[in-house]
Design a protein around this ligand. Structure first.
Ligand SMILES: CC(C)(COP(=O)(O)OP(=O)(O)OC[C@H]1O[C@@H](n2cnc3c(N)ncnc32)[C@H](O)[C@@H]1OP(=O)(O)O)[C@@H](O)C(=O)NCCC(=O)NCCS
Length: 326
């Protein structure tokens, strides 16, 4: 219902005359923002004439992923597929002359919302489309009750976000390590680690995750499989959980558990495998220990925030699902 009200507001603010409202997730033609109807309004808007922003639907996924691939920004297909089917994700796209020329994904994790996968086709950059997509994602998140917005910025994205009031909170450091090559399951290697059992572990894993991230990511954890370390009965002290789109989140109360889980992931990966980790500035000790164990830092970028402060424990975070939703 709230979504429908937002839909109506967005349409009214942007002067649409179509009053038909969708009954659930709106079909593509309904929730649509015409970027500029009057080329005479101002030079910036005029450069976006004919570009519309609307929700990304499952039927759009292959074309959207293809556009992003051709725009040299990697393979987002599995993530778009997840996002178009997941109730807490609201993916959008920009369209021009029947081509997909931009994307964005809003993810609602309680009062915290993530701005992700803001991408504009190279030929249409510097016309304000990146800003328009980001504003649409922000509107979706704030309309869903998010009071703290987060994102991880690339160099190209950072000025767009700064102009929209985002500030640097910390930095993400992405690391990779090669697999150790046996392909054994974790439990065969380390008996204190066991399979994540959603029915028994979800509450405890979500509580641990909330402590570390300050977010309510139960909705994502419920879609994952992986491994947990037990604490007291009913307590999970560490987990490493793989999402359906492939990203793995690792969270731990204590560094030794995190290092053990990441090491076990390396053992689990075949000889050709690569494992990813991700730590924040506040976990300089963890970063040092990972590097000492052969992990290589491959990327670092600012994590930005807008809105209310985040109550979190960044030292508990050891890898991210991805940089679009943390
Ligand atoms: C980051 C990205 C989305 C920005 O998209 P964009 O459409 O170029 O963004 P905008 O046009 O809103 O803003 C970019 C710049 O154009 C300027 N601009 C906006 N409208 C303009 C206009 N009509 N005329 C001239 N300049 C304009 C903005 O002021 C901004 O200036 P800057 O280059 O000094 O920072 C795009 O570069 C991209 O897709 N990069 C690859 C993927 C990526 O890094 N995504 C970010 C993930 S965090």
């Amino acid at each position: 219902m709230r979504r429908l009200e937002r839909t109506r507001r967005w349409r009214v603010e942007h002067g649409s005359t179509d009053t038909t409202l969708p009954s659930c997730r709106p079909p593509a033609r309904l929730l649509q923002q015409q970027m500029c109807n009057d080329p005479g309004v101002d030079a910036r808007g005029a450069r976006l004439t004919g570009t519309t922003v609307r929700p990304m639907l499952p039927a759009d996924v292959a074309a959207a992923a293809d556009a992003v691939r051709r725009g040299d920004w990697g393979d987002r297909e599995a993530f778009f597929r997840f996002a178009t089917g997941h109730p807490n994700c609201h993916p959008i796209l920009a369209e021009r002359d029947g081509e997909i020329v931009g994307t964005g994904v809003a993810t609602v994790s309680g009062r915290v919302g993530w701005v992700g996968t803001i991408w504009v086709a190279p030929a249409l950059r510097s016309r304000g489309l990146g800003r328009a997509l980001t504003e649409a994602v922000i509107g979706e998140l704030e309309g869903s009750g998010c009071r703290t917005l987060l994102l991880v910025a690339t160099e190209a994205g950072r000025p767009v976000y700064e102009r929209l009031g985002f500030e640097i909170l910390t930095h993400d450091h992405a690391l990779v390590a090669s697999g150790r090559g046996t392909g054994r399951t974790l439990s065969a290697v380390d008996r204190s680690v066991r399979r994540f059992a959603i029915a028994e572990d979800l509450d405890a894993a979500a509580a641990l995750d909330r402590w570390a991230t300050g977010e309510d990511r139960r909705h994502i954890l419920a879609t994952c499989d992986g491994w947990v370390v037990d604490g007291a009965p009913g307590e999970v002290t560490a987990f490493t959980l793989r999402s359906p789109f492939g990203g793995v989140a690792t969270v731990a109360r204590d560094a030794p558990d995190a290092l053990r889980l990441l090491d076990l992931r390396r053992c689990e990966a075949g000889p050709e495998g690569r494992v990813r980790a991700g730590v924040l500035d506040g976990n300089a000790g963890g970063l040092e220990r990972l590097v000492a164990e052969g992990w290589v830092e491959v990327w670092s970028g600012p994590r930005m925030i807008r809105g209310e402060p985040l109550a979190w424990t960044p030292t508990g975070i050891w890898s991210q699902f991805n940089h679009a939703l943390g």
